[in-house]
Design a protein around this ligand. Structure first.
Ligand SMILES: *Cc1c(COP(=O)(O)O)cnc(C)c1O
Length: 396
């Protein structure tokens, strides 16, 4: 029997089973459909398919069963009715914007978004006459003040990277809806295992599947989740025409990643929490940014909005960039890389990498201290991760 409606099942069950429809081979694990096109039994059937009068596969730019299985599984996890998979997280953001916006439209975006998202809005959408106003993720009043008649999208990430600030999704969704605009939430840091933005009024959820959905740092991919009209028709329509699609192989990796998402996220969160508490007590650490700590400014909001506090911890060491580099360069185990959401713990110096292209004043305004280090807690033993960071911290 095939299950079409996954709403009666718990998220952990959906993560393992939703989306896959067995072929006539009756396989247990999801197959990879490595084919660019699909055949028809007659010229008439081909004509009907191309005219859109017949469902079924046509061409893997827009219909591939492995990709569709991933889309259905992620939609079932987020609680959206439609999902469109894309070649990267950035392709998901671009596809959403180009599908839904026209020249003259206006975006209000949180300042705390991924660096390439900032560049996309400022350097590329601006060329098409789409303007962006930047506001603080933690001050909903600023969002209301920034509204213009032509505002169509409010855009945010929560928690933010790398400072783990928490935006109030419900409050900002209400501002968007009172104005007839859409709230788009990039749910990369939490994944549906920790936070489901639709429950707080978001209209569209974006993913970089590259991070926790894969979970082992193998493939680049993305997704847009939402309803039939905005995502199923408009974003899908853009994707089928413009072509920033996901490969079947990558979709298969992400499908398998989703099966262990809940378990992995629990471990990432537990490790990050333990690291955050230890770092907060270390004399070489001036400040720790982690929503699970009671002195985090939006600790209560994080508690309401998320089921756990996430796998990313940032901290400022006393002594600026030389001290931060000292700590990073004394690790032996951790991966010095900007990626996150991996089984392998990664360590990054944002001021000289992900935020290195900002002018020093802009970095200061964004709260990125030169002594800031971001850690994406992996699945190694937390004792070993701590010992690797302690080598540099203890010798400062
Ligand atoms: C990595 C990332 C993206 C971009 O995703 P890619 O798959 O690298 O294109 C977007 N948003 C967030 C929060 C990210 O961390």
């Amino acid at each position: 029997m095939t299950i079409d409606d996954w709403s009666e099942f718990d998220p952990a069950t959906r993560a393992v089973r939703a989306g896959h429809v067995r072929t006539q081979e009756w396989e247990n694990s999801e197959p990879i459909f490595a084919t660019s096109s699909f055949c028809f039994s007659s010229a008439g059937e081909a004509a009907e398919s191309f005219a859109g009068n017949r469902s079924g596969n046509v061409y893997s730019r827009f219909t591939n069963p492995t990709v569709r299985a991933f889309e259905r599984r992620l939609a079932a996890l987020e609680g959206g009715s439609c999902c469109v998979a894309t070649g990267s997280g950035m392709a998901a953001i671009l596809s959403t914007c180009l599908a839904l916006l026209s020249s003259g439209d206006h975006i209000i975006s949180s300042t705390g978004v991924f660096g390439a998202t900032t560049s996309l809005f400022n350097n590329y959408l601006s060329k098409l006459g789409i303007d962006t106003t930047w506001v603080s993720p933690t001050d909903p009043r600023r969002w209301r003040e920034a509204l213009r008649p032509e505002t169509k999208i409010l855009y945010l990430e929560t928690p933010t990277n790398p400072l783990t600030e928490i935006a109030d999704i419900r409050a900002i969704a209400d501002i968007a809806h009172a104005h007839g605009a859409l709230l788009v939430v990039d749910n990369c840091f939490c994944t549906p295992a920790l936070q489901r933005p639709f429950e707080f009024g978001a209209d569209i959820v974006i993913h970089s599947a590259t991070k926790y959905l894969d979970g082992q740092g193998r493939c680049i991919g993305g997704a847009v989740v939402g309803d039939e009209e905005t995502v199923g028709e408009k974003v899908f329509g853009f994707l089928r025409t413009a072509g920033p699609c996901m490969s079947p192989f990558n979709a298969w990796v992400f499908l398998k990643g989703l099966e262990t998402l809940e378990l992995r996220m629990q471990a990432h969160c537990a490790h990050a929490f333990e690291l955050a508490q230890w770092l907060a007590s270390h004399s070489a650490v001036a400040r720790v940014h982690y929503p699970g700590l009671e002195d985090h400014p939006q600790h209560e909001l994080a508690r309401r909005q998320q089921s756990a506090f996430g796998g990313i911890v940032s901290f400022e060491v006393v002594g600026g960039q030389p001290a931060a580099w000292h700590v990073i360069d004394h690790t032996r185990l951790l991966s010095i890389t900007a990626n996150l959401g991996d089984a392998k713990t990664t360590v990054t110096h944002p001021a000289s990498t992900t935020h290195g292209r900002l002018a020093p004043e802009q970095r200061a305004a964004a709260g990125i201290d030169d002594g800031l280090i971001r850690v994406s807690a992996g699945l190694e033993s937390v004792r070993d991760i701590r010992a690797d960071l302690a080598r540099g911290l203890d010798s400062l």
